[in-house]
Design a protein around this ligand. Structure first.
Ligand code: AHM
Ligand code: MG
Length: 335
């Protein structure tokens, strides 16, 4: 081993969160406790994902397998895994995922359930059965103070993204990576499968200011807003200087590439989804927090994603997210 290797410490995700929280005088350790639950859940989910084809988790919920067991869809397994890993952590009050109709109130705020965890358990569902990158996205909020118990969980859940105290995601790709922020920069970890632990890869990740890559489902071009059509047409011209198109079809994976390499991801309103397709609470808000923490921008083509006041649990939003310079360029065409 060289001296150089000795100077590069090995830091796990849990260590990183715990140490970062210690720097805040009076920090309760609550966030570390919640994030460690999410970290555990995603390690379990990745183990299902890695053997999905042989693990009886592909396919539909209907029917049973040859052993007479119920065949579960991977996104349902992922949802349950997160609920099971977080549900008993006494500070978690409300959990809600893209898969649920109603919020799961495990402990009311009055009884000490201080936090809300919102998540998309397995983003990119259409890619599950064909072995393309998918991921888990999460957002953590504090319950609001002074809300009468009788009002139920809705006022606590329907907070603007600016109120998030943590956000992150895991991509189950060629390797499994986790990215998280607690409002103090964006940090990236890779799962070392030999020890089953997320190990720090890069602290304070910055999104490149520019990037000549756009990521969009161009099959919907005909029903995009005119400004978006103009941007996409311009990007193909010689004067644009050579753009590339990358579209995985899993937001979390498309975002991860954009975070590291720069460019923009767009899901504008379309004829099929006039409000956009992506969910504000489980997809747009957490990724917007990460983008901004890394120096990027996230907008619904009108205003800042994080300032949108949610009105419904499964509200959808148009999304334009990525490098600050490239988002500004798209917005010039749009406005
Ligand atoms: P899902 O939550 O059902 O997986 O849908 C969200 C996904 C995103 O991951 C992705 O960006 C988008 O749907 C792709 O949609 P489309 O197939 O319309 O391009
Ligand atoms: Mg999704």
């Amino acid at each position: 081993m060289t001296a150089k290797n000795l100077t590069r410490p090995i830091i796990t995700m849990i260590q990183h969160v715990t140490e970062a929280q210690r720097e805040f005088p009076g920090a309760s350790g609550d966030l570390s406790w919640i994030l460690s639950g999410i970290e555990l859940a995603t390690r379990i989910i990745q183990s299902y994902v890695r053997r999905a084809g042989i693990g009886n988790v592909l396919g539909t919920l209907d029917g049973t397998n040859v052993q007479g067991e119920v065949v579960q869809k991977l996104d349902v397994v992922a949802n349950e895994t997160i609920m099971r890993c977080l549900g008993y952590r006494e500070i978690v009050g409300i959990m809600l995922s893209e898969e649920d109709d109603e919020p799961n109130v495990v402990k009311s705020p009055g009884a000490g359930g201080k936090y809300i965890v919102l998540f998309d358990p397995l983003d990119g569902s259409s890619n599950i059965d064909v072995n393309v990158s998918i991921g888990t996205i999460f957002s953590v909020l504090r319950c609001c103070e002074g809300v009468p118990e009788a009002k139920g969980p809705m006022p606590h859940i329907l907070q603007c993204g600016t109120e998030q105290v943590a956000a992150g995601y895991v991509v189950y790709g060629s390797s499994t990576v986790m990215v998280y922020t607690t409002g103090d920069g964006v940090h990236l970890f890779t799962l070392d499968p030999s020890i089953g632990t997320f190990v720090l890869q890069q602290e304070n990740v910055r999104m490149p200011e520019k990037g000549r890559t756009y990521s969009v489902n161009e099959a919907y071009f005909a029903t995009f807003p005119v400004g978006v059509q103009k941007y996409l047409s311009w990007a193909k011209t010689k004067e644009a200087g050579g753009y590339g198109l990358r579209y995985i079809g899993s937001l979390v994976a498309d975002f991860h590439r954009t975070l590291l390499k720069g460019g923009v991801f767009l899901y504008p309103p379309t004829a099929k989804n006039p409000e956009g397709k992506l969910r504000l609470l489980y997809e747009a808000n957490p990724l917007a927090m990460i983008a901004e923490q890394a120096g990027g921008v996230a907008t619904d083509f009108r205003g800042r994603i994080l300032e949108k006041r949610p009105e419904a649990l499964h509200e959808r939003t148009p999304l334009l997210i990525g490098s600050a310079g490239e988002v500004a360029r798209v917005m010039k065409f749009v406005s």
